[in-house]
Design a protein around this ligand. Sequence first.
Ligand code: GDG
Length: 468
Amino acid sequence: MSRLIVVSNRVPVPDKRGTAPAGGLAVALQSALKTRGGLWLGWSGQSCAEDAVGPLRTVKDGNIEYALTDLTERDVEEYYQGFANRVLWPICHYRLDLAEYGRREMTGYFRVNRFFASRLLPLIQDDDLIWIHDYHLIPLAAELRRLGVKNRIGFFLHIPWPSPDVFLTMPVHDELLKGLTAYDVIGFQTDHDRNNFADCLARQDMGHRLDMTRFVVGERAFTTKSYPIGIETTEFAGLAKRAAETTLHKRMLQSLDGKELIIGVDRLDYSKGITQRIDAFETFLTRHEESQRKVTLLQITPKSRSEVPEYEAMQRAVAEQAGRVNGALGTVDWVPIRYVNRSLRRPALAGLYRMARLALVTPLRDGMNLVAKEYVAAQNEDDPGVLLLSRFAGAARELKDAVLVNPYDVEGTAEAIARSLVMPLEERRERWKSMMTVLCTNDVFAWCDTFLEDLAGGKAEESGSHSV
Ligand code: GDG
Protein backbone atom coordinates (compact mmCIF):
# COMPACT_ATOMS: atom_id res chain seq x y z
CA MET A 1 0.00 0.00 0.00
CA SER A 2 1.34 3.44 -0.90
CA ARG A 3 2.23 5.81 1.87
CA LEU A 4 -0.33 8.54 2.47
CA ILE A 5 0.71 12.18 2.80
CA VAL A 6 -1.99 14.50 4.13
CA VAL A 7 -1.60 18.26 3.94
CA SER A 8 -3.91 20.71 5.70
CA ASN A 9 -3.49 24.24 6.98
CA ARG A 10 -3.37 23.26 10.65
CA VAL A 11 -2.07 20.03 12.07
CA PRO A 12 -3.78 18.94 15.28
CA VAL A 13 -0.88 17.32 17.13
CA PRO A 14 -2.58 15.75 20.17
CA ASP A 15 -1.56 17.45 23.42
CA LYS A 16 -0.51 15.60 26.55
CA ARG A 17 -4.11 15.32 27.75
CA GLY A 18 -5.10 13.87 24.36
CA THR A 19 -7.54 16.73 23.88
CA ALA A 20 -9.22 16.65 20.50
CA PRO A 21 -9.40 19.92 18.59
CA ALA A 22 -12.75 21.69 18.06
CA GLY A 23 -12.90 21.58 14.30
CA GLY A 24 -14.47 19.20 11.84
CA LEU A 25 -11.49 18.66 9.55
CA ALA A 26 -9.13 17.74 12.38
CA VAL A 27 -11.64 15.43 14.06
CA ALA A 28 -12.39 13.53 10.84
CA LEU A 29 -8.84 13.25 9.51
CA GLN A 30 -7.43 12.12 12.82
CA SER A 31 -9.97 9.28 12.90
CA ALA A 32 -9.20 8.36 9.30
CA LEU A 33 -5.40 8.42 9.65
CA LYS A 34 -5.36 6.52 12.94
CA THR A 35 -5.79 3.17 11.24
CA ARG A 36 -3.84 3.73 8.04
CA GLY A 37 -0.97 5.88 9.34
CA GLY A 38 1.04 8.28 7.22
CA LEU A 39 2.61 11.71 7.18
CA TRP A 40 0.59 14.85 7.96
CA LEU A 41 2.08 18.23 7.09
CA GLY A 42 0.81 21.69 7.94
CA TRP A 43 1.29 24.94 9.79
CA SER A 44 2.37 24.68 13.44
CA GLY A 45 0.16 27.61 14.44
CA GLN A 46 3.30 29.63 15.33
CA SER A 47 4.29 32.76 13.46
CA CYS A 48 7.71 34.37 13.38
CA ALA A 49 9.73 37.18 11.79
CA GLU A 50 10.59 37.03 8.04
CA ASP A 51 14.10 35.66 8.55
CA ALA A 52 13.29 33.31 11.43
CA VAL A 53 11.43 30.41 9.79
CA GLY A 54 13.27 27.31 10.97
CA PRO A 55 13.34 23.77 9.58
CA LEU A 56 10.29 21.47 9.71
CA ARG A 57 9.63 19.96 13.14
CA THR A 58 8.41 16.39 13.25
CA VAL A 59 6.40 14.67 15.98
CA LYS A 60 5.48 10.99 15.96
CA ASP A 61 2.23 9.80 17.52
CA GLY A 62 1.47 6.13 16.93
CA ASN A 63 1.67 5.50 13.20
CA ILE A 64 1.09 9.15 12.27
CA GLU A 65 4.10 11.40 11.72
CA TYR A 66 3.30 15.10 11.95
CA ALA A 67 5.52 17.60 10.10
CA LEU A 68 5.05 21.17 11.24
CA THR A 69 6.20 24.37 9.64
CA ASP A 70 6.11 27.88 11.05
CA LEU A 71 4.86 30.76 8.93
CA THR A 72 5.94 34.38 9.06
CA GLU A 73 3.67 36.99 10.64
CA ARG A 74 3.12 38.46 7.19
CA ASP A 75 2.16 35.02 5.81
CA VAL A 76 -0.42 34.49 8.55
CA GLU A 77 -1.92 37.93 8.03
CA GLU A 78 -2.15 37.70 4.24
CA TYR A 79 -2.76 34.01 3.54
CA TYR A 80 -4.67 32.81 6.61
CA GLN A 81 -6.45 35.76 8.20
CA GLY A 82 -6.61 37.58 4.88
CA PHE A 83 -7.44 35.59 1.77
CA ALA A 84 -8.50 32.26 3.32
CA ASN A 85 -10.68 33.58 6.11
CA ARG A 86 -11.82 36.94 4.76
CA VAL A 87 -12.40 35.99 1.13
CA LEU A 88 -12.71 32.25 0.53
CA TRP A 89 -14.58 31.38 3.75
CA PRO A 90 -17.28 34.08 3.40
CA ILE A 91 -17.65 33.54 -0.38
CA CYS A 92 -18.06 29.77 -0.02
CA HIS A 93 -20.66 30.43 2.71
CA TYR A 94 -22.58 32.88 0.48
CA ARG A 95 -21.52 35.97 2.46
CA LEU A 96 -20.45 38.29 -0.34
CA ASP A 97 -21.07 41.18 2.03
CA LEU A 98 -18.23 40.03 4.31
CA ALA A 99 -15.58 39.39 1.63
CA GLU A 100 -12.64 41.82 1.80
CA TYR A 101 -10.51 41.70 -1.34
CA GLY A 102 -6.97 42.99 -1.31
CA ARG A 103 -4.20 42.36 -3.85
CA ARG A 104 -1.69 41.94 -1.00
CA GLU A 105 -3.73 39.12 0.58
CA MET A 106 -4.29 37.36 -2.75
CA THR A 107 -0.58 37.47 -3.56
CA GLY A 108 0.20 36.24 -0.05
CA TYR A 109 -2.18 33.29 -0.49
CA PHE A 110 -0.44 32.05 -3.64
CA ARG A 111 3.01 32.75 -2.14
CA VAL A 112 2.30 30.63 0.96
CA ASN A 113 0.99 27.80 -1.21
CA ARG A 114 4.33 27.93 -3.07
CA PHE A 115 6.09 27.81 0.27
CA PHE A 116 4.08 24.74 1.39
CA ALA A 117 5.06 23.04 -1.90
CA SER A 118 8.75 23.74 -1.25
CA ARG A 119 8.46 22.28 2.27
CA LEU A 120 6.66 19.17 1.05
CA LEU A 121 8.84 18.44 -2.00
CA PRO A 122 11.85 16.88 -0.17
CA LEU A 123 9.53 14.52 1.76
CA ILE A 124 7.76 13.04 -1.28
CA GLN A 125 8.62 9.51 -2.41
CA ASP A 126 7.69 8.14 -5.83
CA ASP A 127 4.59 6.14 -4.98
CA ASP A 128 3.17 8.35 -2.20
CA LEU A 129 -0.47 9.34 -2.46
CA ILE A 130 -0.89 13.01 -1.62
CA TRP A 131 -4.20 14.22 -0.16
CA ILE A 132 -4.62 17.96 0.26
CA HIS A 133 -7.40 19.45 2.36
CA ASP A 134 -9.55 22.50 2.20
CA TYR A 135 -9.78 26.02 0.91
CA HIS A 136 -6.45 27.26 2.30
CA LEU A 137 -4.51 25.06 -0.11
CA ILE A 138 -6.37 25.06 -3.43
CA PRO A 139 -3.27 26.03 -5.53
CA LEU A 140 -0.92 23.56 -3.81
CA ALA A 141 -1.11 20.81 -6.46
CA ALA A 142 -0.38 23.29 -9.25
CA GLU A 143 2.72 24.44 -7.31
CA LEU A 144 3.83 20.83 -6.81
CA ARG A 145 3.33 20.04 -10.52
CA ARG A 146 5.47 23.09 -11.35
CA LEU A 147 8.23 21.51 -9.24
CA GLY A 148 7.90 18.28 -11.25
CA VAL A 149 5.79 16.16 -8.88
CA LYS A 150 4.07 13.36 -10.83
CA ASN A 151 2.36 11.58 -7.91
CA ARG A 152 -1.39 11.20 -7.72
CA ILE A 153 -2.74 14.22 -5.83
CA GLY A 154 -6.25 14.53 -4.44
CA PHE A 155 -8.13 17.47 -2.97
CA PHE A 156 -11.08 17.49 -0.60
CA LEU A 157 -13.10 20.63 0.09
CA HIS A 158 -14.69 20.56 3.56
CA ILE A 159 -16.82 23.65 3.00
CA PRO A 160 -19.51 24.37 0.39
CA TRP A 161 -18.67 25.25 -3.20
CA PRO A 162 -21.01 28.12 -4.11
CA SER A 163 -22.98 28.68 -7.28
CA PRO A 164 -21.14 30.42 -10.16
CA ASP A 165 -22.96 33.72 -9.53
CA VAL A 166 -21.29 33.87 -6.13
CA PHE A 167 -17.94 32.22 -6.93
CA LEU A 168 -17.26 34.38 -9.96
CA THR A 169 -17.44 37.57 -7.89
CA MET A 170 -13.94 36.71 -6.70
CA PRO A 171 -11.25 38.55 -8.68
CA VAL A 172 -8.95 35.48 -8.84
CA HIS A 173 -11.65 32.93 -9.71
CA ASP A 174 -9.92 31.65 -12.85
CA GLU A 175 -6.58 31.11 -11.09
CA LEU A 176 -8.39 29.05 -8.44
CA LEU A 177 -10.35 27.02 -10.98
CA LYS A 178 -7.22 26.36 -13.05
CA GLY A 179 -5.34 25.48 -9.86
CA LEU A 180 -7.87 22.76 -9.13
CA THR A 181 -7.32 21.13 -12.50
CA ALA A 182 -3.82 20.11 -11.34
CA TYR A 183 -5.42 17.48 -9.06
CA ASP A 184 -6.33 13.94 -10.11
CA VAL A 185 -9.38 13.68 -7.83
CA ILE A 186 -11.41 16.61 -6.50
CA GLY A 187 -13.85 15.73 -3.72
CA PHE A 188 -16.81 17.70 -2.43
CA GLN A 189 -19.19 17.09 0.48
CA THR A 190 -22.35 16.84 -1.66
CA ASP A 191 -23.46 16.49 -5.28
CA HIS A 192 -24.81 20.00 -4.98
CA ASP A 193 -21.27 21.38 -4.36
CA ARG A 194 -19.83 19.20 -7.10
CA ASN A 195 -22.45 20.46 -9.56
CA ASN A 196 -21.76 24.08 -8.59
CA PHE A 197 -18.08 23.48 -9.37
CA ALA A 198 -18.94 21.90 -12.73
CA ASP A 199 -21.21 24.87 -13.47
CA CYS A 200 -18.31 27.25 -12.76
CA LEU A 201 -16.11 25.38 -15.26
CA ALA A 202 -18.89 25.45 -17.84
CA ARG A 203 -19.61 29.16 -17.27
CA GLN A 204 -15.92 29.96 -17.78
CA ASP A 205 -15.78 27.72 -20.84
CA MET A 206 -13.03 25.64 -19.25
CA GLY A 207 -12.60 22.24 -20.88
CA HIS A 208 -15.34 19.67 -21.22
CA ARG A 209 -17.03 16.81 -19.44
CA LEU A 210 -16.19 13.23 -20.46
CA ASP A 211 -18.92 11.56 -18.36
CA MET A 212 -20.65 12.01 -14.99
CA THR A 213 -17.40 12.33 -13.05
CA ARG A 214 -14.54 12.91 -15.51
CA PHE A 215 -13.48 16.26 -16.92
CA VAL A 216 -10.74 17.41 -19.26
CA VAL A 217 -9.37 20.92 -18.99
CA GLY A 218 -6.45 21.85 -21.24
CA GLU A 219 -3.90 19.11 -20.90
CA ARG A 220 -5.28 17.53 -17.74
CA ALA A 221 -8.03 15.04 -16.98
CA PHE A 222 -9.48 14.66 -13.50
CA THR A 223 -12.31 13.05 -11.56
CA THR A 224 -14.71 15.04 -9.44
CA LYS A 225 -17.23 13.43 -7.08
CA SER A 226 -18.98 13.89 -3.77
CA TYR A 227 -17.66 12.07 -0.71
CA PRO A 228 -19.89 12.97 2.25
CA ILE A 229 -17.69 13.03 5.34
CA GLY A 230 -18.73 10.95 8.35
CA ILE A 231 -17.80 10.26 11.95
CA GLU A 232 -16.54 7.23 13.86
CA THR A 233 -20.15 6.23 14.41
CA THR A 234 -19.74 3.09 16.54
CA GLU A 235 -16.89 4.49 18.61
CA PHE A 236 -18.73 7.74 19.27
CA ALA A 237 -21.89 5.87 20.30
CA GLY A 238 -19.80 3.87 22.78
CA LEU A 239 -18.17 7.03 24.14
CA ALA A 240 -21.57 8.61 24.76
CA LYS A 241 -22.87 5.49 26.50
CA ARG A 242 -19.86 5.32 28.80
CA ALA A 243 -20.09 9.05 29.59
CA ALA A 244 -23.48 8.47 31.21
CA GLU A 245 -21.60 6.87 34.14
CA THR A 246 -19.30 9.83 34.84
CA THR A 247 -19.62 12.37 37.66
CA LEU A 248 -19.89 15.25 35.17
CA HIS A 249 -22.93 13.58 33.70
CA LYS A 250 -24.51 13.09 37.11
CA ARG A 251 -23.74 16.69 38.12
CA MET A 252 -25.31 17.98 34.95
CA LEU A 253 -28.45 15.89 35.45
CA GLN A 254 -28.73 17.15 38.99
CA SER A 255 -28.37 20.76 37.92
CA LEU A 256 -31.12 20.32 35.32
CA ASP A 257 -33.47 19.31 38.10
CA GLY A 258 -35.97 17.63 35.75
CA LYS A 259 -35.81 20.26 32.99
CA GLU A 260 -35.39 19.10 29.39
CA LEU A 261 -31.97 19.82 27.88
CA ILE A 262 -31.65 21.35 24.41
CA ILE A 263 -28.12 21.49 23.03
CA GLY A 264 -26.22 23.56 20.46
CA VAL A 265 -22.49 22.96 19.72
CA ASP A 266 -20.69 25.14 17.19
CA ARG A 267 -17.38 26.88 16.68
CA LEU A 268 -18.11 30.57 17.10
CA ASP A 269 -18.66 31.34 13.42
CA TYR A 270 -21.21 33.46 11.55
CA SER A 271 -21.95 30.54 9.21
CA LYS A 272 -23.38 28.52 12.10
CA GLY A 273 -26.51 30.65 12.55
CA ILE A 274 -26.08 31.02 16.32
CA THR A 275 -27.80 34.40 16.63
CA GLN A 276 -30.78 33.29 14.50
CA ARG A 277 -31.01 30.17 16.69
CA ILE A 278 -31.10 32.17 19.91
CA ASP A 279 -33.79 34.37 18.35
CA ALA A 280 -35.80 31.23 17.49
CA PHE A 281 -35.37 29.85 21.01
CA GLU A 282 -36.53 33.16 22.49
CA THR A 283 -39.55 33.21 20.14
CA PHE A 284 -40.37 29.64 21.14
CA LEU A 285 -40.25 30.54 24.85
CA THR A 286 -42.42 33.63 24.46
CA ARG A 287 -44.99 31.85 22.28
CA HIS A 288 -45.07 28.74 24.45
CA GLU A 289 -45.08 30.17 27.93
CA GLU A 290 -45.94 26.76 29.35
CA SER A 291 -42.41 25.64 28.37
CA GLN A 292 -40.69 28.37 30.35
CA ARG A 293 -38.82 26.90 33.34
CA LYS A 294 -39.17 23.44 31.75
CA VAL A 295 -36.33 23.60 29.20
CA THR A 296 -32.74 24.87 29.12
CA LEU A 297 -30.62 25.54 26.06
CA LEU A 298 -26.95 24.66 26.57
CA GLN A 299 -24.99 26.46 23.84
CA ILE A 300 -21.35 25.32 23.70
CA THR A 301 -19.37 27.65 21.50
CA PRO A 302 -15.57 27.49 21.59
CA LYS A 303 -13.85 30.63 20.33
CA SER A 304 -12.56 30.50 16.79
CA ARG A 305 -10.41 32.80 14.61
CA SER A 306 -10.65 35.59 17.21
CA GLU A 307 -7.97 37.55 15.33
CA VAL A 308 -10.38 38.11 12.41
CA PRO A 309 -12.52 41.23 13.15
CA GLU A 310 -15.90 39.65 12.17
CA TYR A 311 -15.32 36.84 14.67
CA GLU A 312 -14.32 39.16 17.48
CA ALA A 313 -17.47 41.22 16.91
CA MET A 314 -19.60 38.08 16.86
CA GLN A 315 -18.17 36.89 20.15
CA ARG A 316 -19.46 40.04 21.80
CA ALA A 317 -22.80 39.92 19.97
CA VAL A 318 -23.65 36.33 20.98
CA ALA A 319 -22.67 36.88 24.62
CA GLU A 320 -24.83 40.03 24.74
CA GLN A 321 -27.75 38.29 23.06
CA ALA A 322 -27.69 35.32 25.47
CA GLY A 323 -27.41 37.75 28.39
CA ARG A 324 -30.38 39.77 27.14
CA VAL A 325 -32.62 36.69 26.76
CA ASN A 326 -31.62 35.43 30.20
CA GLY A 327 -32.27 38.87 31.70
CA ALA A 328 -35.68 39.18 30.03
CA LEU A 329 -37.03 35.66 30.61
CA GLY A 330 -34.94 34.09 33.37
CA THR A 331 -36.10 33.75 36.97
CA VAL A 332 -34.19 33.43 40.22
CA ASP A 333 -34.01 29.66 39.80
CA TRP A 334 -34.08 29.24 35.99
CA VAL A 335 -31.60 30.34 33.32
CA PRO A 336 -33.02 29.82 29.79
CA ILE A 337 -29.60 29.75 28.06
CA ARG A 338 -26.39 28.36 29.51
CA TYR A 339 -23.69 29.81 27.29
CA VAL A 340 -20.25 28.17 27.41
CA ASN A 341 -17.59 29.98 25.42
CA ARG A 342 -14.84 27.37 25.59
CA SER A 343 -14.02 23.89 24.39
CA LEU A 344 -15.09 20.80 26.34
CA ARG A 345 -13.39 17.42 26.20
CA ARG A 346 -14.82 15.01 23.69
CA PRO A 347 -16.21 12.42 26.17
CA ALA A 348 -18.01 15.21 28.07
CA LEU A 349 -19.49 16.47 24.82
CA ALA A 350 -20.67 12.97 23.88
CA GLY A 351 -22.41 12.58 27.24
CA LEU A 352 -24.15 15.95 26.92
CA TYR A 353 -25.44 15.06 23.45
CA ARG A 354 -26.92 11.88 24.89
CA MET A 355 -28.61 13.74 27.72
CA ALA A 356 -30.22 16.31 25.38
CA ARG A 357 -33.82 15.81 24.26
CA LEU A 358 -33.20 18.05 21.26
CA ALA A 359 -30.20 19.33 19.28
CA LEU A 360 -30.37 22.60 17.37
CA VAL A 361 -28.02 22.39 14.39
CA THR A 362 -29.03 25.40 12.36
CA PRO A 363 -26.15 26.70 10.21
CA LEU A 364 -27.00 29.24 7.53
CA ARG A 365 -24.63 27.28 5.27
CA ASP A 366 -22.35 24.32 6.11
CA GLY A 367 -20.27 21.91 4.06
CA MET A 368 -21.47 18.92 6.10
CA ASN A 369 -21.75 19.52 9.88
CA LEU A 370 -20.39 16.75 12.06
CA VAL A 371 -22.21 17.91 15.20
CA ALA A 372 -25.49 16.74 13.62
CA LYS A 373 -23.99 13.29 13.05
CA GLU A 374 -22.39 13.09 16.50
CA TYR A 375 -25.68 13.98 18.17
CA VAL A 376 -27.53 11.16 16.41
CA ALA A 377 -24.77 8.62 17.15
CA ALA A 378 -24.79 9.56 20.84
CA GLN A 379 -28.49 8.84 21.42
CA ASN A 380 -29.94 6.13 23.59
CA GLU A 381 -31.82 3.85 21.18
CA ASP A 382 -34.64 3.23 23.67
CA ASP A 383 -35.42 6.90 24.09
CA PRO A 384 -33.62 8.94 21.42
CA GLY A 385 -33.70 12.71 21.17
CA VAL A 386 -34.64 14.76 18.11
CA LEU A 387 -32.26 16.39 15.65
CA LEU A 388 -33.46 19.73 14.32
CA LEU A 389 -31.30 20.44 11.28
CA SER A 390 -30.86 23.29 8.82
CA ARG A 391 -31.68 22.36 5.25
CA PHE A 392 -28.56 24.35 4.25
CA ALA A 393 -26.14 21.94 5.96
CA GLY A 394 -24.63 19.24 3.74
CA ALA A 395 -25.77 16.73 6.40
CA ALA A 396 -29.42 17.45 5.52
CA ARG A 397 -28.91 15.64 2.20
CA GLU A 398 -28.18 12.41 4.09
CA LEU A 399 -30.15 12.83 7.33
CA LYS A 400 -33.55 13.20 5.74
CA ASP A 401 -35.30 12.03 8.91
CA ALA A 402 -34.12 14.97 10.95
CA VAL A 403 -36.64 17.77 11.50
CA LEU A 404 -35.48 20.03 8.68
CA VAL A 405 -35.77 23.80 9.07
CA ASN A 406 -34.91 27.00 7.26
CA PRO A 407 -32.75 28.84 9.84
CA TYR A 408 -33.54 32.24 8.27
CA ASP A 409 -37.18 31.63 9.21
CA VAL A 410 -37.03 32.36 12.93
CA GLU A 411 -40.74 31.77 13.59
CA GLY A 412 -40.76 28.53 11.59
CA THR A 413 -37.75 27.30 13.58
CA ALA A 414 -39.45 28.26 16.86
CA GLU A 415 -42.50 26.17 15.89
CA ALA A 416 -40.27 23.26 14.88
CA ILE A 417 -38.66 23.40 18.36
CA ALA A 418 -42.13 23.19 19.91
CA ARG A 419 -43.12 20.23 17.71
CA SER A 420 -39.86 18.38 18.33
CA LEU A 421 -40.19 18.62 22.11
CA VAL A 422 -43.53 16.77 22.05
CA MET A 423 -42.67 14.24 19.34
CA PRO A 424 -44.00 10.78 20.33
CA LEU A 425 -41.47 8.10 21.25
CA GLU A 426 -42.45 5.87 18.32
CA GLU A 427 -41.71 8.62 15.78
CA ARG A 428 -38.45 9.56 17.50
CA ARG A 429 -37.31 5.93 17.35
CA GLU A 430 -38.18 5.54 13.67
CA ARG A 431 -36.41 8.73 12.66
CA TRP A 432 -33.35 7.86 14.76
CA LYS A 433 -33.09 4.32 13.37
CA SER A 434 -33.17 5.51 9.80
CA MET A 435 -30.55 8.21 10.45
CA MET A 436 -28.33 5.77 12.35
CA THR A 437 -28.40 3.34 9.42
CA VAL A 438 -27.04 6.11 7.17
CA LEU A 439 -24.35 7.01 9.72
CA CYS A 440 -23.18 3.42 10.10
CA THR A 441 -22.86 3.00 6.34
CA ASN A 442 -21.28 6.38 5.60
CA ASP A 443 -18.86 6.61 8.50
CA VAL A 444 -15.50 8.38 8.44
CA PHE A 445 -13.67 5.21 7.43
CA ALA A 446 -15.95 4.75 4.40
CA TRP A 447 -15.31 8.38 3.47
CA CYS A 448 -11.56 7.95 3.67
CA ASP A 449 -11.47 4.55 1.92
CA THR A 450 -13.70 5.65 -0.96
CA PHE A 451 -11.67 8.78 -1.61
CA LEU A 452 -8.34 6.96 -1.41
CA GLU A 453 -9.55 4.14 -3.65
CA ASP A 454 -10.40 6.70 -6.31
CA LEU A 455 -7.11 8.49 -5.76
CA ALA A 456 -5.08 5.30 -5.99
CA GLY A 457 -7.14 4.21 -9.00
CA GLY A 458 -4.83 5.36 -11.76
CA LYS A 459 -1.57 6.94 -12.78
CA ALA A 460 -1.19 10.73 -12.79
CA GLU A 461 -2.31 12.05 -16.17
CA GLU A 462 0.71 12.84 -18.28
CA SER A 463 0.91 16.37 -19.51
CA GLY A 464 -0.22 16.46 -23.12
CA SER A 465 -2.11 13.17 -23.02
CA HIS A 466 -5.49 14.82 -23.10
CA SER A 467 -5.44 17.87 -25.29
CA VAL A 468 -8.87 19.32 -25.98
C1 GDG B 1 -15.63 22.02 8.70
C2 GDG B 1 -16.85 22.38 7.84
C3 GDG B 1 -17.54 19.97 7.88
C4 GDG B 1 -17.07 21.60 18.70
N1 GDG B 1 -17.04 22.12 19.95
C5 GDG B 1 -16.26 21.30 20.68
C6 GDG B 1 -15.81 20.26 19.86
N2 GDG B 1 -16.31 20.48 18.65
C7 GDG B 1 -16.13 19.56 17.52
C8 GDG B 1 -17.44 18.90 17.17
C9 GDG B 1 -17.20 18.49 15.72
C10 GDG B 1 -16.28 19.59 15.24
O1 GDG B 1 -15.74 20.25 16.37
C11 GDG B 1 -17.04 20.64 14.43
O2 GDG B 1 -17.29 20.10 13.17
P1 GDG B 1 -18.37 20.69 12.17
O3 GDG B 1 -18.46 19.75 11.02
O4 GDG B 1 -19.64 20.85 12.90
O5 GDG B 1 -17.88 22.14 11.74
P2 GDG B 1 -16.50 22.89 11.24
O6 GDG B 1 -15.51 23.01 12.32
O7 GDG B 1 -16.96 24.18 10.64
O8 GDG B 1 -15.90 21.92 10.11
C12 GDG B 1 -18.00 21.41 8.12
C13 GDG B 1 -16.23 19.69 8.60
O9 GDG B 1 -15.22 20.67 8.31
C14 GDG B 1 -15.67 18.32 8.24
O10 GDG B 1 -15.52 18.18 6.87
O11 GDG B 1 -18.52 19.09 8.38
O12 GDG B 1 -19.09 21.69 7.27
O13 GDG B 1 -17.26 23.72 8.07
O14 GDG B 1 -16.53 17.27 15.65
O15 GDG B 1 -17.67 17.83 18.05
N3 GDG B 1 -15.00 19.28 20.28
C15 GDG B 1 -14.62 19.29 21.58
N4 GDG B 1 -15.02 20.29 22.44
C16 GDG B 1 -15.84 21.30 22.03
O16 GDG B 1 -16.20 22.17 22.83
N5 GDG B 1 -13.80 18.33 22.03
